[in-house]
Design a binder for this molecule. Structure first.
Ligand code: ADP
Length: 379
């Protein structure tokens, strides 16, 4: 298997291309990187349309023959699964990254190039470990699961490396707010508010991503946990809101004591009950918690009478940043259920939803019985 990392470097700066090549040459595994420079339109288009696979596309924001957005959207259209990175001159302005398919930005200077070469070598390391996993997993037919693990590892590498440039952008925005707000005038201040808002939101998303990736790596710290106590603690957290909206939480069955990671399961209950509150309908909210033993596992269900979920959405809402409602209407960023799914998978269980629009939802998760410590028989 060819495990070389091929980088398409779209830049008119021979110096930058040379620096990248030198940085790769300094790495131990220099032969594992191939840098394809594209300094002109002709070279770029023949590189992007040719049958060659790239793992990373680096786009210099300063282009002589086109603007970087056009280049980024061509790359996004032709190579939607390739990691795109932008080398940018300005720390103050954050370009419209997501539309162009850009996953990360780095300063267009030597420090940025060094950081970029580290990212690429990190990806190389990850690819090597993925390859090993593929061989080990050959007996496992679940290729979808393996692909999703690959994505999650990449998410970690990218979200981790984005923290520094984002911090820098936030710092500059703070300086503008603290020292230059008077000079900016009303419209300048509005733009700055907008910038601050979006930087904070980006920071929150990155934090969630990192948190998610860490969860994936963390082995659950198992201990006997009485789910009845855990539920009571979560209800206590939401007590004020539940009282305010006149909601009622009941237990249809006693819950079992399971050998699970207490903090992780608290997050699961918190996310599911929090969502039941957030996505409540017009009727007074009624949440019912059930427990059932099915064959060799325990199943816990959290049922609400809220707005419900369309069948088409019922799988994808468990993926990162996926939401079934217009995100502007209600707070959230679509990571809560992805986190629940990760935690339940960490405990070798499954999570799913039974719902339809307008008739409430039941979120059910299973925990294999081998994890059970004390059995409490439900009614
Ligand atoms: P967030 O709550 O931040 O949007 P989640 O990952 O927790 O993210 O949920 C993803 C989406 O699933 C939500 O945006 C919503 O569309 C849908 N959803 C989750 N829980 C419920 C629920 N109890 N009732 C209706 N829709 C829900």
């Amino acid at each position: 298997m060819n495990d070389k990392i091929t980088i398409l470097f779209v830049s008119a700066s021979r110096a930058d291309v040379l620096v990248m090549k030198t940085l790769f040459a300094q790495m131990d595994a220099a032969g594992d990187f191939v840098c394809v420079p594209a300094a002109t339109a002709e070279v770029f288009y023949s590189a992007i349309y040719v049958e060659r696979s790239y793992q990373v596309i680096v786009i210099d924001q300063q282009q002589t023959w086109s603007d970087w957005q056009t280049i980024a959207s061509t790359c996004q259209a032709q190579r939607p699964h390739v990691l795109q990175v932008l080398l940018t001159d300005s720390c103050g302005t954050v370009p419209d990254l997501l539309d162009g398919g850009i996953a990360a930005t780095y300063p267009r200077n030597s420090a940025g190039l060094v950081a970029l070469s580290r990212l690429v070598s990190g990806i190389h390391g990850l690819r090597q470990s993925f390859d090993m996993e593929v061989h080990q997993d050959e007996a496992t037919p679940d290729a979808e699961e393996a692909a999703s693990e690959d994505r999650e590892r990449l998410v970690y590498a990218v979200s981790h490396d984005l923290q520094d440039p984002l911090q820098l952008a936030r710092r500059y925005a703070d300086i503008l707010t603290e020292d230059f707000e008077q000079e900016l005038g009303d419209s300048g201040s509005k733009v700055l508010d907008h910038l601050q808002f979006n930087l904070t939101r980006t920071q929150e998303m990155l934090d969630e991503l990192l948190d998610f990736s860490r969860l994936q790596r963390a082995t659950p710290q198992r201990e006997p946990v009485d789910l009845n106590d855990l539920l009571d603690e979560v209800i206590a957290l939401y007590r004020v809101t539940l009282d305010d909206i006149g909601a009622n939480v009941t237990k249809q069955h006693e819950l079992p004591v399971l050998n699970v990671d207490r903090r992780q399961f608290q997050r699961v209950f918190q996310n599911l009950i929090g969502n039941a509150i957030k996505f409540r309908g017009e009727h007074p909210l009624q949440i019912t918690v059930r427990a059932q033993r099915v064959r060799d596992e325990w199943r816990i269900g959290i049922k609400d009478n809220g707005i419900g979920i369309a069948e088409d959405d019922s799988k994808r809402i468990f993926d990162m940043f996926e939401r079934a409602v217009d995100s502007d209407e209600l707070p959230g960023n679509g990571m809560g259920l992805a986190i629940c799914k990760r935690i339940i998978h960490n405990h070798r269980g499954k999570i799913w939803v039974r719902s339809s629009l307008g008739s409430g939802s039941v979120f059910i998760f299973s925990v294999p019985q081998a994890d059970e410590v004390v059995e409490v028989v439900g009614d």
